[in-house]
Design a protein around this ligand. Structure first.
Ligand SMILES: NC(=O)C1=CN([C@@H]2O[C@H](COP(=O)(O)OP(=O)(O)OC[C@H]3O[C@@H](n4cnc5c(N)ncnc54)[C@H](OP(=O)(O)O)[C@@H]3O)[C@@H](O)[C@H]2O)C=CC1
Ligand SMILES: O=C1OC[C@@H](O)[C@H](O)[C@H]1O
Length: 406
């Protein structure tokens, strides 16, 4: 794609090629080397914009940017127990191996022989005979739940009762009421319960969040996103509109042939979300549309490796007919595009991996280590409040969609 910067970009100057090069250099190093010195992460919004190394700071993980955690705490020791030995647990273990503080302590499956095979292929130290034994192991600090969603509730509760922290695959539960019960149980036991919405930890998403905070595209008026699994598309609404309650949620369609939802935030704008059937070519693009520009996350939006920021040119803001769109005014937007390559192997499932861009799980894995090191019970990239808000929206959306894929 040709990058257009005509007339010169109003953002502080970084040529896209420079940015891509710098970030590529960072991301392709091993996790320790990828870390900037702690000092480099201490920043305010002003320094974010003014700093010489803005290119790195735009994608700084939110927990570090807010000063809640320290980059070096990817080395904080956490002994992981893997509950469920299916494809997603396999990809998770591969990423944990690259986190300096992670220990693959134990795993369990419904069938012990399956768990033994999984342990051998991933270098997991122990095999527990069943899930209950896994969560009871005193040498396990945190349980990763990679089973089907309908089982999450009983398994999360089992792990929490044993006093373990939990990272549970998205979606956390099948209803908001169940999710609320799980968060209440975690709070009562004083353990962390984190829903694994891994999208939130990708550098392209961190960059988008920082750009919105800086007002780069003005006021957000519309969010558009698509994905067959509703929770993925929906999570982009509170990311860019905040976790306050929407004024209306309407939906229609079916899981089999496709559906959609509009989430309206009175006086602010709306999220227009589509849920194409799995049997289609899925665009997997997120657009964040503002009064001064537009952000596109893609390649692919639920685990994006690219952000494109199109800025409305200043001349458009004063157009007499009140249309700020560059297209309506026959001018080109200023375009800045930054690619954040997922660590190799990336892209379509590479040999030995099960899902797309799944090596990007690493970003979430590192954040969990940093946040637990700091004594946090959640990661700021995806808080309990937001997770609950999304669960409520999912309940509403599912009222209008037959056979939805949550
Ligand atoms: N973050 C991400 O990128 C991804 C997240 N996910 C999420 O991960 C979770 C699992 O993914 P999904 O592909 O649906 O699951 P799978 O069909 O891969 O099953 C995962 C595990 O669930 C258990 N399981 C499967 N079927 C049954 C059953 N009928 N009865 C009891 N246990 C069963 C098995 O555990 P055992 O090994 O113990 O037998 C299995 O290994 C979901 O929450 C999904 O949303 C999925 C893909 C990607
Ligand atoms: O959660 C997921 O489930 C389906 C996959 O294709 C997708 O990449 C993954 O994020």
């Amino acid at each position: 794609m040709k990058i257009v910067q005509d007339p010169p970009n109003k953002l502080p100057q970084d040529t896209p090629a420079d940015v891509a090069e710098a970030v590529k250099g960072l991301l392709h190093k091993n996790p320790k080397e990828r870390m900037l010195p702690a000092e480099a992460y201490k920043m305010t919004h002003e320094s974010l914009i003014a700093s010489w190394d803005r290119r790195r700071r735009m994608a700084t993980p939110l927990d570090i940017r807010l000063g809640l955690t320290r980059p070096e705490d990817v080395s904080f020791k956490l002994r992981w127990g893997i509950l469920g030995c299916g494809p997603i647990s396999s990809d998770w273990c591969k990423c944990l191996k690259e986190v300096p503080g992670a220990v693959l302590q134990s795993c369990a499956a419904r069938d012990e022989a399956k768990a033994s095979k999984f342990a051998a292929s991933h270098g997991v130290e122990r095999v527990a005979p069943d899930y209950q034994a896994l969560v009871a192991d005193p040498d396990v600090d945190i349980i990763y739940i990679g089973t089907i969603t309908s089982l999450h509730k009983e398994q999360v509760l089992m792990a929490i009762s044993a006093g373990k922290h939990v990272l549970c695959e998205k979606p956390l539960a099948t209803t908001a009421a169940d999710a609320a019960e799980l968060y209440a149980a975690a709070e009562a036991r004083d353990v962390a319960l984190i829903e694994g919405m891994w999208t939130r930890y990708f550098p392209a998403v961190e960059h988008a969040r920082a750009a919105i905070e800086l007002g780069t595209i003005g006021e957000v008026r519309m969010v558009q996103a698509d994905f067959p699994e509703i929770c993925y598309a929906v999570q982009y609404a509170p990311l860019f509109f905040g976790s306050t309650a929407p004024t209306a949620v309407v939906s229609a369609g079916t899981g089999g042939t496709g559906g959609g939802a509009v989430i309206h935030y009175d006086g602010r704008g709306a999220a227009v979300l589509s849920f194409p059937s799995w049997a289609c070519e899925v665009p997997e693009v997120c657009e964040v549309i503002g009064t001064k520009g537009r952000i596109t996350l893609d390649n692919w939006a639920m685990h994006p490796s690219r952000i494109t920021i199109r800025l409305t040119t200043e001349q458009c803001w004063n157009e007499p007919q009140g249309h700020t769109s560059t297209a309506q005014n026959g001018v080109r937007p200023h375009v800045e595009q930054v690619t954040y390559p997922v660590p190799e192997p990336a892209g379509l499932p590479a040999a030995g991996w099960n899902y797309v861009n799944q090596h990007g799980f690493l970003y979430q894995a590192e954040a969990v280590h940093r946040c637990l090191a700091a004594g946090l019970k959640e990661c700021p990239q995806f808080t309990k409040a937001e997770s609950m808000r999304i669960m409520e929206m999912l309940d509403e959306i599912e009222k209008g969609i037959a056979d939805p894929c949550r």
